[in-house]
Design a binder for this molecule. Structure first.
Ligand code: IMP
Ligand code: MG
Length: 181
């Protein structure tokens, strides 16, 4: 495995190896396996970043589960007062009465999910929980509750395992941390 990668104008150093990542994924899966016995959760990964975590997580789930991807999109309202709300697009099935688990690659400020969760709750699901591979606790700006966390990390920018730097790096198997300039 390469220890340094160059993407656009920045260099990144190896931070979490694929095997460390997969251990964290299995820990999250084991908790979900234990807590959702007899239920059939609907897993809702947030594109693009969560695709790789979602793939590895589902392989470790030993219960009946369903999958529906969403994307978080900025909605450009017609008046300035609406600001730039974030909406979930792509959910193509009813979540009424369902046990929903939102799957994220990383939670940074928590703003994205704190906008999306109320949209979900408005549709009367049985429950909504959040599973994120990574969490930057020091960056959290909301009171978002993250139910399942693979790894807590400091506030440095990272890429790989689905996460990108300006579109690049999603295909890396390991996670890399930006080297300060
Ligand atoms: P939040 O709304 O601030 O929690 O932002 C969450 C989203 O920002 C994540 O789903 C990622 O797409 C992106 N993000 C946050 N931190 C990083 C990072 O270190 N590297 C790459 N993307 C990041
Ligand atoms: Mg994301």
């Amino acid at each position: 495995m390469e220890r340094l990668v160059r993407l656009h104008d920045r260099s990144f150093r190896l931070y979490k190896s694929e095997s460390e990542i997969l251990t964290a994924v299995r820990e999250v899966a084991n908790k979900i396996n234990a807590e959702y016995i007899g239920r059939r959760p609907l897993l809702v990964p947030v594109l693009n970043g969560a695709f790789m975590f979602a793939s590895d997580l589902l392989k470790e789930l030993k219960l009946d589960c369903e999958l529906s991807f969403i994307q978080a999109a900025s909605y450009h309202g017609t008046t300035k007062s609406t600001g730039n709300p974030i909406v979930a697009i792509g959910l193509n099935q009813s979540i009424e009465g369902r046990h929903v688990i939102i799957i994220e690659d990383i939670i940074d400020t928590g703003v994205t999910l704190s906008k999306i969760i109320p949209e979900f709750l408005a549709q009367n699901p049985a429950s909504v929980k959040v599973a994120s591979l990574l969490l930057k606790p020091l960056a959290l700006k909301t009171d978002l509750k993250v139910d399942y966390v693979g790894m807590e990390i400091p506030n440095d920018f990272i890429v790989g395992y689905g996460l990108d730097y300006d579109g690049l790096g999603r295909n890396l198997r390991d996670i890399y941390q930006v080297i300060p300039e």
